[in-house]
Design a protein around this ligand. Structure first.
Ligand code: CU
Length: 388
């Protein structure tokens, strides 16, 4: 269940809540003070109850007129004042050098956040927003030029603003409560509008700083095993329209097992010019063009091919220090290019775990250390080797 107005995450949210309640109560009192006497008087002076000769013409009543002018004027100014002051606070951006400025993009049908470059030159790009508690955060929001209007809405912050293609709109907040807050799209934007969610994580300053100055994808430990290719997949919001874990059709077709059906050139082409060859049952003009860098494209293709995790494990364990996989050259150990043609999966698993058991001619035992890998890592690594 999504959070509604039952949660409050910022001081502004409390101001806005207060303005709403004051407006509501004053409106109810004004409504009752007009409608209740009106109903009573209509009943009391109904036609059958009043003789014509009892009716006299009242020209004025100075006291009554002053009261019914001054009292509503004051109460309506109270309404105006609370509404106006909370609007001014919500719309006055804090100084840029005292704030964290985040670039926010809303597109069909996902949100993405780009952080300023950190001290290591790394740029965090995330699907959920991580911010320090008690810090000013400015959101510079836009949508791609060929997209539609969205609205970035955080109920707990009482914060909502349109996100418009080709234009930058801004919102800011400063949350004093550590916690996680829901983000919704509040502008009907098409098929997957009702799934266009994100989250804002307000974190203790130390935890936030530690993450921001690292190159870890997200501060949570739970997704450490995500590959770079999957990161590209999620950052670009591919998962908003294409399932990759099962056969389900979201807006576009499922991409599960895509690399068995199409080669890299086709997949690349489908990302850059999506309308060229639309599968039966789907329509052109829905999927935007994704202009990925060569690096991101290659990560994404490896992700589709299911070999990207394996490549990371290959490099993280330093296999590439001794074994070439791109060509036939012999470094310390034999080249592993084309290894799948000559060796079985079982053989490869065994060779990694017991490297001295079967040394190829021309190489010496005792050189390659034993690699103790977790079962999933071993599986990914061998999958990678088999694909080479
Ligand atoms: Cu939307």
């Amino acid at each position: 269940m999504l959070q509604g107005f039952n949660t409050s995450g910022t001081v502004i949210a409390e101001h806005i809540q207060q303005a709403l309640e004051i407006n509501l109560w004053i409106s109810l009192v004004l409504f009752a003070s007009v409608v209740l006497p009106m109903v009573y008087l209509a009943w009391k002076y109904r036609e059958s109850n009043v003789k014509n000769e009892d009716i006299k013409n009242v020209t004025h009543n100075t006291l009554l007129e002053i009261v019914w002018t001054v009292v509503p004027t004051i109460t309506l100014f109270v309404c105006f004042w609370y509404g106006y002051t909370s609007m001014v606070t919500a719309r006055t951006m804090p100084a840029i050098d005292e704030s964290l400025s985040i670039e926010l993009e809303g597109k069909k049908w996902s949100w993405s956040y780009t952080y300023p470059t950190n001290t290591d030159g790394y740029i965090h790009k995330t699907a959920e927003l991580y911010v320090p508690v008690n810090g000013n955060v400015i959101l510079n929001m836009t949508a791609p030029i060929n997209d539609v209007i969205h609205a970035y809405f955080v109920p707990a912050f009482r914060m909502k603003e349109d996100v418009v293609p080709g234009r930058i709109t801004k919102q800011w907040f400063n949350s004093s409560s550590v916690g996680t807050y829901d983000v919704e799209c509040a502008e009907y934007c098409g098929t997957r509008h009702s799934y266009m969610f994100s989250k804002i994580h307000v974190m203790p300053v130390g935890e936030y700083e530690a993450w921001y100055n690292s190159s870890k994808r997200t501060p949570g430990a739970e997704d450490k095993k995500i590959s770079k290719g999957q990161e590209v997949y999620e950052q670009n919001g591919c998962n908003g329209c294409h399932s990759i874990t099962d056969d389900s059709i979201l807006v576009g077709p499922s991409l599960m097992g895509i690399s068995d059906k199409y080669d890299a050139t086709y997949i690349k082409d489908a990302i850059v010019t999506p309308d060229k060859d639309v599968p039966a049952g789907f329509y052109p003009g829905i999927m935007p063009t994704f202009d990925l860098s060569d690096e991101d494209m290659s990560k994404l293709l490896k992700f589709f091919n299911n070999t990207d995790k394996g490549e990371e494990i290959y490099e993280a364990n330093g296999c590439n220090g001794c074994h070439s996989i791109t060509d036939d050259s012999i470094l310390v150990g034999p080249s592993l290019k084309g290894i799948s043609a000559t060796r079985s999966t079982e053989y490869l698993v065994d060779a990694i775990a017991n490297p001295n058991k079967d040394i190829p001619a021309g190489f010496t035992a005792g050189i390659m250390p034993v690699f103790v890998l977790e079962e999933v890592e071993m599986k990914e690594l061998v999958k990678y080797l088999k694909a080479k």
